[in-house]
Write a new protein. Sequence first.
Lengths: 355, 133
Amino acid sequence: MAVDETLGEMLARRGFSRRGLLKFAIVMTSSLALPPGMAAAMAENLAAARRQSVIWLSFQECTGCLETLLRTSSPTIAALIFDFISLDYQEALMAASGSAAELTLRQAVAANKGKYLLAIDGSVPVADGGVYSLTGGKANVSMLQEFAPDAAAILAIGTCAAYGGIPKAFPNPTGAVGVEDVISDKPIVNIPGCPPIPEVLSGVLVYFVSFGRLPDLDERKRPLAYFGTTIHDQCYRRPFYDQGKFAKSFDDEGARQGWCLFELGCKGPTTHNACASLKWNDGVSFPIESGHGCLGCSEPDFWDQDGGFYTSLAGGKGPGWRDAGIAAAVGITGGAAAAFGARHKTTRPDVETPE
Amino acid sequence: MQNFNFLADDGLVDALLMEVADLLQALIAHRRSGSIDLLGLPLSASCLAALEQRLGKGEMTATLVASGTSDIRETSFPGVWWTSHADEAGRIVAMLIEVAEVPDILRAGSADIEHGRRRLLEVTNFNLARRTG
């Protein structure tokens, strides 16, 4: 793509029609919870826009965030997003290494000063001068402080970059923190999740390229369109919660009937993310649909939450493996007694036990 | 897994149909088109089916093949269109009720028309050149 070429010119050169771009904009406005009438304006703005420079720095991370974004197999999103941005620096993907890579980084920053999006995945270790994670001998925290001032905005991708994530878990020996704990004078959008949902990053990028600013954010700097509701609010098992029908163990009749996983520790009611609507693996499923409760991976300090993953938010003691076995052995009477006990443990008055 | 047909909500369908009627009024009075993003609403599959059934099928159906297939179908109410967009894997990625004389996505873009005109001339000139000499 020529430097001065607009996205519209580039797409036309590849045989991509206005209808195709409008369709893409319709899908993105729906994803971003924008009024459908904005699709035409988005398509027009995208056609007139030029490729957005993105400089991606990986800090204290596991590469899971990058993997999930690259593994999205939706051709529309994968192809178009990478057409719309110029990924000018990403250590794991670029061919250059060593001093050549460092030179590429500095050239990209100089060429796009004040305009580039700085994408960060991984937490920022700040203990002992940040020596626990270095790139080219330079501490991550120093790199962030050096490259943030010339960025148009910062994308903190994944729970680690947003809030510190797993590296920040107790006892946090590296002093891991999120990007916003280091940088406070730049627009930052947090896209948490372990890993984050690829479509959310796509939506944020398309919005920025289309309208030249970040989308509306919530109080934790997350895109409101994707993090405005909890997983529980959109969960297909929600009717069972409302009816007081809960699985008591992962292999009981309630689990087989697809009842609510609240008592098995599901953190859906306190977790803001779009897993229940966008789902994973091109819309195939999400953890609750696959039979496991939500871990709350997109919330701060999710690894250190009280009681662990299998303790219910109401303070239960986790999956009743033993209770379920006893109930099965003694039949309906035993089940009813277990249900009575569960009502007292969970403080919910309307819990049913599967027959 | 249980099915969730019990979630069908006629009240929600009626409310959406009233909104469609309002959009039609805006189209008649101001020639202003509008649309409803169905995937953005908490509609169950049965609710969507009930809505589609109530709107019925009209005279016009179009298929767009661009980054996957899109079906654009006029309902039994003129000016009310049911459009669904699938990606290349066949997954529905957008579904709308559009209220318009013709949905915008059916129009050919001016840049595309110009590109097509040039391509047509190239082909024609090539054939002419081949025949004449």
